[in-house]
Ligand binder design. Structure first.
Ligand SMILES: NC(=O)c1ccc[n+]([C@@H]2O[C@H](COP(=O)([O-])OP(=O)(O)OC[C@H]3O[C@@H](n4cnc5c(N)ncnc54)[C@H](O)[C@@H]3O)[C@@H](O)[C@H]2O)c1
Length: 305
């Protein structure tokens, strides 16, 4: 008996990469799964339904239950139809894993309006649409029945906190996803719904394209640190009954590590007896930063411990 026996899950972008691994893991744990995907390339171009259907077939071959949904996560109506597919096919919705997305990397001074809009749209609006429609179902069900079993799992990226310089669109979208998910977590807690965000690192079409490809290569021997399979157990745990008290949190997961991020803290505090003046700001804030250098964090952060 799996930990998610009887539960109904929707996974967006489940045709390949992390989404596929997550859909397979949820099914392995007993969930019935809507495999939602548009089958686009790593830059968002094209459309191919075979990948999503192949994951459905894979789940069925394991003895599980799955249906495919082909649509654009950031389209209001496609997203609504995705949630409805879970209700029509399996009679309920318990788990929503928002994962779909693509990258169009460019430095800030070269980025086009379209590159910014399309990446923010697919990630941030893509999360919003799914969470919005799932939440409406859960709120109505919660009002009618008292409480529901609902789990939202959002996919951000360390780009959101380390702000990778070649990804201003992606970093902004991923930071927005954390805020969106935490807002949903607060709005839905009284209905019994949790919402958490994780930041993965894994070898997929996304990371095997461009500058990150060398870092994510499969090692010739030893532990395969960036195998996407290492991400999946955190997702099924967050989706499980045992995680009912975990909400509004952000995790980093890859290889043998899972980190829990703290909420941002005040690093320093200053005040004045009357109102602030330029001179007081220069003295106190300028003084605090004296000798410090501009922040130059990069996406590639060293492993902990
Ligand atoms: N791979 C990593 O190391 C890494 C790191 C940080 C964050 N992420 C995030 O993890 C998620 C999965 O990425 P991945 O690495 O598996 O990438 P991937 O390119 O392998 O898979 C992305 C999937 O999303 C689907 N998709 C894209 N646009 C869509 C749309 N509009 N509607 C529906 N489906 C759509 C694609 O068809 C594809 O199946 C993304 O949100 C990504 O930003 C990945």
């Amino acid at each position: 008996m799996g930990e998610l026996e009887g539960k109904v899950a929707v996974v967006t972008g489940a045709g390949r990469g992390l989404g596929r691994i997550e859909a397979l893991e949820l099914a392995r744990q007993g969930a019935r799964v809507v495999v939602s995907d548009l089958g686009v390339a790593a830059d968002g171009s094209g459309r191919d339904e075979t990948a999503g259907q192949a994951v459905v077939d894979e789940i069925k071959a394991m003895g599980g239950e799955a249906v495919a949904h082909f649509g654009d996560v950031a389209d209001w109506n496609d997203s609504k139809a995705m949630i409805q597919t879970a209700l029509d096919s399996f009679g309920d919705l318990n788990i929503l894993v928002c994962n779909a997305g693509f990258c169009r990397d460019r430095m800030i001074f070269s980025m086009s309006e379209e590159e910014f809009d399309s990446v923010v749209r697919v990630h941030l609006k893509g999360h919003f649409c799914g969470i919005r429609h799932a939440s409406e179902y859960w709120r109505n069900k919660g009002k009618a029945e008292g409480s529901v079993y609902g789990r939202i799992i959002s996919t951000a990226s360390e780009a959101a906190i380390f702000a990778s310089p070649g990804q201003p669109n992606y970093a902004a979208a991923k930071a927005g996803i954390i805020a969106l998910t935490n807002s949903a977590a607060q709005g839905l807690v009284k209905y019994g719904v949790t919402a958490n965000t994780f930041m993965p690192r894994a070898r997929t079409a996304m990371t095997m394209t461009g500058q990150t490809a060398a870092m994510f290569q499969k090692p010739e021997e030893g532990f395969d640190v960036f195998a996407p399979e290492h991400v999946a157990p955190l997702i099924s745990f967050l989706a499980s009954p045992g995680a009912a008290n975990i909400s509004g949190n952000v995790f980093i997961v890859w290889g043998r590590e899972i980190a829990v991020l703290d909420h941002p803290r005040r690093a320093a505090e200053f005040s004045v007896d009357d109102a602030w003046t330029f001179e007081e700001v220069a003295k106190k804030i300028g003084g605090y930063f004296e000798g410090k250098q501009p922040i130059k964090d990069s996406f590639i952060v060293p492993a902990m411990g």
